[in-house]
Design a protein around this ligand. Structure first.
Ligand code: RB5
Length: 148
């Protein structure tokens, strides 16, 4: 498992927290920033992470901004990305089991570091259930291919 992680200026603290979790979990990662004191634009960080996932350079992505909303909107514009904005452990598990999400987005102004760590731990460890959920995801993929 290899993960790409990034944040804008609004998500630096949680990003650093998640990086230390990935190190504890011995999960390989690539940190795409930001290294910023000033305001930056979240698409400049979400899109490179999403590109790495669809190109197969990493297995999953993790994005953090103030709300997680901008990051998730931007990431989901990239074909093949299924990014979920998650702020609770129930959804962290469900979105892997049902949606086979390949990017997780969180908001640092919404949740604290302890919950963020738990969400990431669950999200990384939960497998996709397949079955009836596969058929639903295939409908999204077909839509992407038709509207290329
Ligand atoms: C930055 O102020 C903020 O807009 C950004 O971190 C994020 O919340 C956008 O969705």
């Amino acid at each position: 498992m290899k993960v790409a992680i990034a944040s804008d200026h609004g998500g630096i603290t949680i990003r650093k927290e998640i990086i230390s979790l990935l190190e504890e979990m011995k999960v390989e990662y690539v940190d795409l920033g930001c290294e910023c004191d000033t305001s930056v634009d979240y698409p400049d960080y979400a899109l490179p992470v999403a590109e790495k996932v669809v190109k197969g350079e990493v297995d999953r992505g993790i994005l953090v901004c103030g709300t997680g909303i901008g990051m998730s909107i931007a990431a989901n514009k990239v074909k093949g990305i299924r990014c979920a904005l998650v702020h609770d452990t129930f959804s962290a598990k469900a979105t892997r089991e049902h949606n086979n999400t390949n990017i997780l987005a969180m908001g640092e102004r919404v949740i604290g570091p302890g919950l963020a760590r738990e969400i990431v731990r669950i999200w990384l460890n939960t497998p996709f259930e397949g079955g009836r959920h596969e058929k639903r995801i295939n409908k999204i993929t077909s839509y992407e291919l038709i509207h290329d």
